[in-house]
Ligand binder design. Sequence first.
Ligand code: CA
Length: 240
Amino acid sequence: MNFLEVKNMPKILIVEDEESIRSFIKVNLIRHNYTVLEAASGEEAIELANKQPDIKIALLDVMLPGIDGFAVCQQLRETYPQLGIIMLTAKGQEADKIEGLALGADDYIVKPFSPQELMARIAALLRRINLPILNDPIKLLTTGSFSLNLLEKKLYKNDTEINLTPTELAIFNLFMHNENIALSRDNILNEVWGTDYFGDIKVVDVNIRRIRKKIADNEHTYIESVWGYGYRFQGDVTDE
Ligand code: CA
């Protein structure tokens, strides 16, 4: 395990068993001054994450010896809801992308990728992780039974905490600022992932599905699908 610390720069964990890919990623991350941690297996990655809880982003290869990238994603997500996760998927494995997202990954990137593309994805995810606090003078948003504390980066429903990933939190923040307004999927993609995002629009649907599952109750889903367009959030349902 190599460990290169650059002061105050986000810590990124690379989980990849192929040494050549790992060092390719590492060289590029270091060039951009990120602090880099490396793991050649899922087991090693989880051990490392437990020792270094301030890791901002994990880059997770899917095909690993021992437990695979999906299992690592699931475990890391359960323990560290605020960690950013980008899956590294093989070309043509369409199902892998959706599987990873469904398990809580924030994004995926298809191999082989250019350093520029990887850096753009990382920068965009870091923006999502930091965005609510940097851009918003309001630190507490409330509607109905929901309250979003942007300083803590936590969502509460009836005072019970709901664990959201950085991406889910960014989407929910957008909804809170646009309650009862139909937002197009493109709009959500641009606001949350950035206009330079060159991934699949399905990431929006998968993330919305995950948020719904976390916030829904017997009476309400709170996020309504607007057919052929996008989604509308209604947190305050007292008038119904
Ligand atoms: Ca691999």
